[in-house]
Design a protein around this ligand. Structure first.
Ligand code: TRH
Length: 368
C-alpha cells in the first residue's frame, strides 16, 4: 500500500522521531511511504541517507500536492494541507488516521479506534479514525520493528563484549575498567542533573556518563564547572546519534535516562533499568500520565523495589517536594539485580501485545 505520513515539528525531536520510525517500519514491511514534513533537518543525523530505505520518499509539507495514496496518517493532529485533503475527496477515499500521542491512562482504551466524521472544510463528508498507541491489548500498541527483539537478544547474549566493542567502534570510547557502570542521559532542561551527579560521586562506584547533546550536556557542564574533578564520575559528550545507534546506546548502558515519547519506548525495549523524564506540560497533566505509566510498567514488581524506583522517578521529574528529592538510593538500586530482571519481565509483557505497525495495517485494511 502507499502511505502518506504527515508530520509537523512542533518542538524537540519526538514528532519527527516517531514519524520516521513509523515510516521506516512500514517501509521495512514492503509498503511505500511518502513522509510529508515541514522541517526534515533532524533526519540528517537521526536517519542519515545511507540508512534510509528506498521505499520512503521525504517531501516538504508545502511540496506540490500529489494524488493521495491508500492510507493517510496525520501524526498528532497536525492537519494535512487543505489542498491535499481536498484531493482525498474521491469515490474510494484513502483511510484517514490520526495517530495520537502515547499515554498509559485508562481513557486511551475507550478512544482508540473511534471514528470522527469531518463536518466542514475541504474534508467535509470524510471520516478520520483515531489511533492510540498504548500499553494494553485494547490499544494500538507500541512501535516495535520485527527485527528489533532478535537483534536486542543477540546483543544481550554477551552484553559486555558487545558493549565494549560498540563503545569503541561507534563512539571511540575505550571501556576503562570492567566493573565501571555506564549511564546514558537524555533529558529536558529542568532535570536535576547536578543532584544526580553528586549522588553518583557520593556513591563511589566508578561511573561513566554518556551525555546526549543539548540539555544533558549543558547541565553536566554546569555541574562540572562548579566541582573539583572527580575520579568516580567520568562524563562523555556524545554527538547526535542515528536512531539505530541511539538504540545501541540504550542497550549498552546499565541505566538509561530518557525523555518524551519515542526514546522512552526504546528504553522499554532495551530492557535495562531506566528513568523517564516526561514532557512537562504547563497545566501539570504530565503528573497523572507519569503515575499511569508507572502503575502499568511496575505491575508485579516487589513492593520495596517499585516504591524505591517510583520515588526516584518522581524526584527526577520534580514531582516531589525538594526536601524529599533524593538520588542517594540510586547506588543501592543499581546493585540490586531485581531492577534489571523486573524491567525485562515488564518488557516481555509488552512484547506480547501486537506491535503498532501490525495493528495499524490491519486497522487500515479493515476500514478500506
Ligand atoms: O525530543 P523529545 O523530547 O520529543 C518530545 C516528545 O515526543 C513529546 O511527547 C512531544 O510532545 C514533544 O517532543 C513535541 O523526545 P523523544 O520523543 O524521545 O524524541 C527524541 C527522538 O530523538 C527519538 O526518536 C530518539 C531520537 N534520538 C536519536 O535518534 N539520536 C540521539 O542521539 C538522540 C539524543 C535522540
Amino acid at each position: 500500500m502507499l502511505w502518506d505520513v504527515f508530520c509537523r515539528v512542533i518542538d524537540n525531536f519526538g514528532d519527527i522521531g516517531v514519524c520516521w520510525r513509523l515510516s521506516a517500519d512500514l517501509a521495512e514491511r514492503g509498503h511505500a511511504v511518502r513522509l510529508w514534513v515541514d522541517d526534515a533537518s533532524a533526519l540528517g543525523w537521526m536517519a542519515p541517507e545511507p540508512l534510509r530505505s528506498p521505499n520512503i520518499q521525504v517531501l516538504h509539507w508545502d511540496a506540490e500536492v500529489l494524488a493521495p495514496g491508500d492510507i493517510v496518517i496525520e501524526a498528532f493532529g497536525c492537519n494535512p494541507p487543505d489542498a491535499f485533503v481536498a484531493r482525498m475527496q474521491r469515490p474510494a477515499p484513502p483511510v484517514w488516521i490520526n495517530l495520537e500521542y502515547l499515554s498509559a491512562e485508562n481513557w486511551v482504551e475507550r478512544c482508540h479506534g473511534l471514528r470522527s466524521p469531518v463536518m466542514s472544510g475541504p474534508g467535509a463528508g470524510l471520516s478520520k479514525w483515531f489511533f492510540y498507541p498504548g500499553f494494553t491489548q485494547a490499544t494500538g500498541g507500541l512501535l516495535r520493528e520485527t527485527e528489533l527483539m532478535p537483534a536486542r537478544q543477540a546483543w544481550g547474549a554477551d552484553h559486555r563484549w558487545h558493549r565494549d566493542r560498540w563503545l569503541s567502534s561507534a563512539l571511540g570510547i575505550n571501556a576503562p575498567s570492567p566493573d565501571a557502570r555506564w549511564l546514558s542521559l537524555f533529558c529536558y532542561e529542568p532535570a536535576p542533573v547536578g543532584a544526580l551527579l553528586d549522588a553518583l560521586v557520593a556513591n563511589g562506584h566508578p561511573t561513566q556518563v554518556l551525555l546526549t547533546p543539548g540539555f544533558a550536556t549543558a547541565l553536566a557542564r554546569q555541574w562540572q564547572a562548579a566541582k573539583l574533578p572527580s575520579s568516580t564520575v567520568t562524563l562523555h559528550e556524545l554527538p547526535p546519534l542515528s536512531q539505530r545507534e541511539f538504540d545501541h546506546l540504550l542497550w549498552a548502558c546499565d541505566l538509561n535516562f530518557v525523555r518524551g515519547e519515542d526514546s522512552a519506548v526504546r528504553a522499554l525495549w532495551a530492557g535495562q533499568p531506566h528513568l523517564w523524564h516526561i514532557y512537562p506540560q504547563d497545566d501539570g497533566v504530565h503528573a497523572g500520565k507519569l503515575q499511569a505509566f508507572m502503575d502499568r510498567w511496575m505491575i508485579g514488581w516487589p513492593d520495596d523495589l517499585a516504591s524505591d524506583v517510583r520515588s526516584l522517578w518522581l524526584s527526577w521529574n520534580d514531582l516531589k517536594p525538594h526536601a524529599e528529592r533524593d538520588f542517594e538510593p540510586l547506588g543501592r538500586l543499581l546493585n540490586d539485580p531485581r531492577w534489571a530482571s523486573n524491567s525485562r519481565t515488564s518488557r516481555q509483557r509488552l512484547a506480547e501485545i501486537p506491535d503498532l505497525v501490525t495493528q495499524l495495517c490491519s486497522f487500515a485494511l479493515d476500514r478500506r
